[in-house]
Design a protein around this ligand. Structure first.
Ligand SMILES: [Zn+2]
Ligand SMILES: [Zn+2]
Length: 363
């Protein structure tokens, strides 16, 4: 039997490739992809901006079902029994359990995390990306069963955006009573707002676009700092101070991908605040130093860079979706579906922000 996948072959150049489905080793599985989202980092990769991800099978944010179970694989990573046909969400990277970070329990920092994602699609097992009919789950890769009550549309973003945000908020100690500022109300920002809201925090979202502001309100923002009205960082900082009894934010979550947002986060911060830097991923991004580093010292700030998440946070993400499925419209985060043949259109419309979250349905 054969399957198809989206291969990246050059900057903004993708091709559909067809390959024999791979042999499944003991402990591994072959998954049939049900739905995969176009994530911001897919666009970054598509432009060849990531040196590690060029000759690859694209896509990493997805939900799938078990097509073939390798010998000895009888449960998911939480010990729930499995059978062919079960829906699952998989951690998109691998934890090797052999490198120095894995050895000290820092699974999100595994030195070999991206190895399987960076394999060329021309060599077996080929199916290392989610914009594909099938996905090769390697032995030891973490994955979890998806309960029936969660739709494909709601859960497809769990293994990237939602797990990432639950982990990020944990890293900076978001909890009841804290004033949490979220910079940006794209997919990550909306997940962050929902998780912070359910933690009991006071949720303040900074955003410019009207549609995103409306979404932020639906996803748990208590207050909005509207950048279209408050056009300078001084005005916005003043607003954050007003919303926090003149003290400043306890926690700031940066999910904009814009370097100037990092400088602004330092202005929002109260003395002793924590800042999670999550959105800024492009090392080529120029950064004009708008603040004196002395402010980090004087404000006694804790700045935490967050890339990936510890794998079991995916289980938390799935539980969060189940617990809050009537509270937040997670299904509505994807606004348009595409077939695999329409992949270029899906990437282009996502880039132009005509579509905010595109879903690829391999069928
Ligand atoms: Zn992603
Ligand atoms: Zn490792």
């Amino acid at each position: 039997m054969k399957g198809r996948l989206v291969a990246l072959v050059g900057p903004e150049q993708v091709e559909l490739h067809e390959y024999d489905l791979p042999e499944i080793p003991p402990g591994g599985a072959l998954l049939k992809v049900r739905r995969a989202n176009v994530c911001g980092s897919d666009l970054h990769i598509w432009h060849f901006l990531s040196v590690a991800f060029r000759d690859i099978a694209m896509g990493h944010e997805f939900v799938a079902e078990i097509a073939v179970l390798g010998e000895g694989l009888t449960t998911d990573s939480a010990g729930q029994p499995l059978q062919v046909g079960d829906r699952v969400a998989a951690v998109y990277y691998h934890t090797c359990l052999k490198c120095a970070p894995c050895g000290r329990g820092d699974f999100s920092m595994c030195a070999n995390a991206v190895n399987s994602m960076a394999l060329p699609p021309t060599s077996p097992p080929h199916f290392n990306g989610a914009f594909a009919t099938h996905y090769y789950l390697s032995p030891g890769q973490f994955f979890y069963k998806v309960p029936d009550e969660i739709s494909d549309a709601a859960v497809a973003g769990a293994n990237c955006g939602l797990a990432q945000m639950i982990y990020s908020l944990d890293q900076v100690g978001v909890r009841r009573g804290l004033n949490v500022v979220i910079q940006g109300a794209g997919g990550l920002g909306l997940y962050a707002a929902a998780v912070a809201n359910r933690s009991g925090a006071n949720v303040i979202v900074v955003e410019k676009e009207a549609v995103r502001i409306e979404s932020a309100k639906v996803f748990g923002a208590h207050h909005i700092v509207d950048m279209s009205e408050l056009t300078t960082s001084q005005e916005r900082t003043q607003r954050v101070l007003e919303l926090t009894d003149g003290v400043g934010a306890d926690v700031i979550i940066e999910v904009t991908g814009r370097s100037e947002a990092f400088a602004e986060a330092i202005e929002y911060a109260r003395v002793g605040a924590s800042i999670a830097s999550v959105g800024n991923l492009n090392v080529g991004e120029k950064f004009e130093l708008k603040f004196a580093p002395a402010w980090i010292t004087r404000k006694q700030l804790r700045i935490v860079g967050v890339l990936r998440y510890d794998p079991w946070y995916l289980r938390d993400a799935i539980d969060f979706l189940a617990d809050n499925r009537d509270r937040f419209p997670f299904d509505a985060l994807t606004d348009r579906e595409f077939t695999m043949d329409q992949i270029t259109e899906a990437l282009e419309l996502s880039e132009a922000r005509i579509v905010s979250r595109a879903a690829i349905i391999p069928a």
